[in-house]
Design a binder for this molecule. Structure first.
Ligand code: GAR
Length: 216
């Protein structure tokens, strides 16, 4: 399955996807990386992986609708059958999302539906919650919403900063997103209403507590 990746910046999740796809026999193949920002560092990483890149700046279009029409055309021309949003910081309108219904994945650095939007780690620290994490989900027109494929949970530790918590979450983002893409490319993700069914054997883990009483 050929996929387009949309980025706006650093591109570390995109890199994790491209590296996974480079493994022999991987069922997904990168068709194009598109950034809405010309200076996105991820563009260079994509080129180094030999993946075609394109910059489509939202600033060059009179409306969101026209910007998304250009995105759609570039994605179709690349031959991509699905889209991975990887730090793409533009909201997508219902028109675009519905055209690609159940064929757009996103990664978000929180345990959705908590902490949609920006500055997730800062808000998590301010609220004093004990766990945070990341979510891979199918995209719906509402921001950071849609059927959830995977979540990973990390503890918030005493003394954490946005950077230390962000790094702990990001390490899991880089594991979850390639796994979700592989299952998607293998046709093993089924969306029913708000729920994603995964047609693959996956292990369950027991509950977690944080902080935990000292063990004897
Ligand atoms: C990632 O943490 C991703 O989860 C987040 O932006 C970062 C992009 O980093 N996405 C969102 O907040 C989407 N709402 P990257 O460019 O290194 O992948």
């Amino acid at each position: 399955m050929r996929f387009a990746t949309l980025i706006s910046g650093r591109g570390s999740n995109m890199q994790a996807l491209l590296e996974a796809c480079a493994e022999p026999g991987h069922p997904a193949k990168p068709a194009i990386v598109i950034s809405n920002k010309a200076d996105a560092a991820g563009l260079e990483i994509a080129r180094a992986h030999g993946v075609p890149t394109k910059v489509i700046s939202h600033k060059d279009f009179p409306s969101r609708h026209d910007f998304e029409a250009a995105l759609h055309q570039a994605i179709v021309e690349s031959g991509a059958e699905m889209i991975c949003l990887a730090g793409f910081m533009r909201l997508l309108e219902a028109d675009f999302v519905d055209r690609w219904r159940d064929r757009i994945l996103n990664i978000h650095p929180s345990l959705l539906p908590a902490y949609r939007g920006l500055h997730t780690h800062q808000r998590v620290l301010e609220d004093g919650v004990r766990f945070s994490g990341c979510t891979v989900h199918f995209v719906r027109p509402e921001m950071d919403a849609g059927p959830i494929v995977f979540q990973a949970c990390v503890p918030v530790r005493e003394g954490d900063t946005e950077d230390s918590l962000g790094a702990r979450v990001l390490a899991w983002e880089h594991k979850l997103y390639p796994l979700a893409l592989r299952l998607m490319a293998e046709g093993k993700l089924r969306v029913e209403g708000k729920v994603v069914h995964i047609d693959a054997p996956l292990a369950l883990q027991d509950g977690l507590m944080n902080p935990c009483p000292e063990r004897n």
